[in-house]
Design a binder for this molecule. Structure first.
Ligand code: MEV
Length: 296
């Protein structure tokens, strides 16, 4: 590291997947949006062994820091509004914020391509075989169409984000993305048809966003995606109950978002208020999540 700067700072938003989780690991298209909840990281040069001050607990954190930081001479402070294991891209945001903080510390700006390439090594510590979707949308912001082919070549392009907030309902339980992805892999090839159908839902979501669709048009696609996620074995009774709660309260559609096995449900609602009220009455933490704008 250069001796020029003594401190570096980086931040990145979390994400929600509108369509295509799991299928994206196996070469199909997916659509994600960055959300307005962030991870911030400060790096400070210090004497002695690396120090970590973090408001999150994750046994893999030090291994992730080892990927790009020395074990000596730096203090790492992490503050995050993203709960771990809830499908909101906490590890992708951590990877991007960390790379940006190191770039700031060494005084060499990092572009999207380098951030996405180097982010894989950090994401692998958490997830084993990430598609790269999570840290791509975290680094780009806004809404993103993403596909990573079997040869590793990535196709991505920005999409017009929904102009209305998604409603997020939190199951309160954490899922393990690596374990969920391994489970899906073990059920192939029997579920390959469902994975392909998820890719087709993503294509329909892309077309809907490009046409400026509102919640009424997006909702049925979220419902289809959730049914397929049930088929590939990643939903839980708790997530299914939140999907039902949202739909019964007037959402046009809802699905689990992220790896499943826990985490959050997202709902497309013309009016978020009744869904938020139903969630509050059921003791479920829920909020309207605006999309984070694309990075400059
Ligand atoms: C996790 O947020 C999304 C998954 O599709 C895994 C990945 O894309 O790496 C389940």
């Amino acid at each position: 590291m250069s001796a020029l700067r003594t401190e570096g700072y980086g931040q990145a938003p979390g994400k929600l997947i509108l369509a295509g989780e799991h299928a994206v690991v196996f070469g199909h298209e997916a659509v994600a949006v960055a959300v307005d909840r962030r991870t911030e990281i400060w790096l400070r040069r210090v004497e002695g062994p690396r120090r970590l001050v973090a408001d999150l607990r994750d046994a893999r954190l030090n291994d992730a820091l080892d990927v790009i930081l020395p074990k000596e001479g730096v203090e790492v402070s992490i503050r995050t509004a993203l709960p771990v294991g809830r499908g909101m891209g906490s590890s992708g945001a951590l990877a991007v914020a960390l790379l940006r903080a190191r770039a700031d510390l060494v005084g060499a700006p990092i572009d999207f391509a380098a951030c996405h390439r180097d982010g894989f090594a950090i994401e692998r510590v958490f997830h084993g075989t990430p598609s790269g979707l999570d840290h791509a949308v975290s680094a780009r912001g806004g809404a993103l169409r993403y596909r990573r082919g079997p040869d590793g070549a990535v196709e991505l392009s920005p999409l017009p984000p929904p102009r209305w907030p998604l409603v997020v309902l939190d199951s309160g339980a954490a899922g393990d993305t690596g374990a969920m992805v391994a489970g899906v892999r073990s059920r192939r090839p029997a579920i390959d048809g469902a994975l392909e159908a998820i890719g087709a839902v993503s294509a329909a979501v892309i077309a809907a966003l490009q046409a400026g669709a509102g919640p009424e048009a997006l909702g049925p696609l979220l419902n289809q995606n959730h049914a397929l996620l049930q088929q590939i074995g990643v939903s839980t009774p708790e997530l299914d109950a939140l999907v039902t709660l949202a739909r019964q309260a007037g959402a046009a559609g809802a699905k689990l978002a992220g790896a499943g096995g826990g985490g959050v449900v997202i709902a497309a609602c013309a009016d978020p208020a009744p869904v938020l009220a139903a969630a509050a009455a059921a003791g479920v933490s829920a909020w309207a999540a605006p999309v984070a704008p694309p990075c400059a």
